[in-house]
Design a protein around this ligand. Structure first.
Ligand code: URA
Length: 448
């Protein structure tokens, strides 16, 4: 029998915890035997003193074992590998809506348990809930039946899926204990490994709109996530991707869904399309275990074909329909769920001539979205799916006097429009149009 305070003391004094101690602590916390204050104390000791690889692995397994695990044996028996993609999050980061149908179109199964918005970053579940009728929080039986029927579905973490993480993450969020590579690794990978995956592609973001801003810490996290996945027998690779400007030209919920539908129909923002293709191609190579020469190029070409032929769009529609979405809402002419009750307000730069966008304070735009009602200040807050940023200028583009840097899609009755416009304009740093400014590469590196 262990004493929780002795385990906390050991970590406080920089000692190594045993597998048994970690399992006892996590299990007792998940079942309510260990109270929040003792878990918070241990989490703080881990933030300050770290965990070695063995301790992190023990924490990860203890979290996975705290609840239900998915089992895709029936699909594997039919030769269908299960894959997923996870992103650490950013502003305008909407690639999941494109990658899932691309991978299903490529013959893979994708049981994607996605998240809600966190801090200044948006979440896939919130975006999908902007679509009228879309059920993004299925219970485990429903989710399983959807995957078996259509090979892909979007879900959200339930109380029985990795409950130790659900409870611990909520606690870390309010006790300043999020920033630990070990805690983040166990949190992210417990959810992904409990999905029973053959392969996983991770999108670890760095830059002003990312949750870990420095390239060094994002790289350290990426390596830790990849190592944890491999130890558990899952084929994992991570992309280190740039979040120094929002992804695409929209940020919000309904407006991001529309941007994804555009991409799935052959138009839309170039950066979002390209990143989706690259991540999907890597996931497909890992999923199909394709070790042939030129596997990545071949997978990329297939993904492009799935987009250009409309196959991925058809898959998205079928999955959306299965999850309750009103398909009529997804027709281009139906703007009711996207725009009704809103007004688009231009954000103008205070300039006399033409200027070039040199950089964008992406975190500031994420925080602005919270002020507009698109994000939560408290966990229980309701969000407004219609408000957002649209027609955003990208880094390197020029802007002339009178031309908007972006449009704020606000509720018609919003009384803060003036202040929001000023804050949005301040997030765009402008420079001489003759200055060469190019957007940073979408993918800085791949970690294997
Ligand atoms: N996302 C998660 O799911 N967990 C973390 O700890 C951080 C980001």
């Amino acid at each position: 029998m262990f004493l929780p305070q002795e385990i906390i003391r050991k970590k406080r004094d920089k000692q190594t915890l045993t597998r048994e101690e970690i399992h006892f602590f996590v299990q007792s916390f998940a079942t309510g035997v260990i109270p929040d204050y003792q878990m918070a104390a241990l989490a703080m000791a881990v933030v300050l003193n770290g965990m070695n690889d063995e301790e992190t692995a023990s924490l990860l397994t203890a979290m996975i074992n705290s609840g239900e695990r998915m089992d895709w044996t029936p699909l594997r028996k039919q030769g269908i590998p299960c894959v997923d993609k996870h992103s650490t999050g950013g502003v305008g980061d909407k690639t999941s809506l494109i990658i899932l149908p691309l991978l299903v179109a490529d013959g893979l199964a994708v049981p994607m348990v996605a998240g809600r918005g966190l801090g200044h970053t948006g979440g896939t579940v919130d975006k999908l809930e902007a679509i009228p009728g879309f059920m993004a929080q299925p219970n485990s039986e429903q989710f399983r039946s959807w995957i078996i029927a259509r090979r892909g579905a979007f879900g959200a973490q339930t109380d029985s899926f990795v409950p130790a993480d659900k409870k611990l993450y909520a606690l870390r969020d309010v006790t300043a204990t999020v920033e630990s590579i070990s805690l983040i690794t166990a949190s992210i990978m417990s959810k992904k490994l409990a999905e029973d995956l053959d392969a996983l592609i991770l999108d670890v973001k760095f830059g002003s709109g990312a949750f870990l801003q420095s390239y060094g810490s994002a790289r350290e996290l990426a390596q830790s996530l990849v190592n944890a996945g491999k130890m558990a027998g899952c084929r994992v690779e991570a992309a280190l991707t740039n979040m120094d400007e929002p992804l695409g030209r929209t940020a919000g919920h309904a407006c991001e869904v529309v941007e994804c539908l555009d991409i799935l129909q052959g138009a839309g923002a170039q950066d979002t399309r390209e990143l989706s293709l690259q991540l999907a191609a890597r996931a497909a190579v890992l999923g199909h275990q394709d070790t042939s020469i030129g596997a990545h190029e071949k997978a990329y070409t297939r993904m492009k074909k799935h987009l250009e032929s409309g196959r991925a769009y058809d898959v998205f529609l079928k999955i959306a329909e299965q999850q309750g979405a009103h398909l009529s809402a997804l027709e281009r002419s139906n703007k009711e769920w996207i725009e009704s009750g809103t007004i688009d307000v231009p954000v103008l730069a205070d300039i006399q001539d033409t200027q070039r966008v040199e950089s964008i304070n992406t975190r500031a735009l994420g925080l602005l979205l919270i002020e507009m009602g698109a994000g939560r200040k408290k966990k229980e807050d309701a969000i407004d799916h219609k408000v957002g940023l649209v027609n955003m200028k990208k880094v390197g583009e020029t802007v002339t006097k009178g031309e908007p840097l972006c449009l704020l899609r606000l509720r018609k009755h919003d009384t803060h429009a003036d202040k929001l416009q000023l804050d949005a304009a301040a997030a765009f740093l402008l420079t001489d149009p003759k200055k060469q400014v190019s957007a940073k590469p979408l993918v800085a590196d791949w970690i294997k």
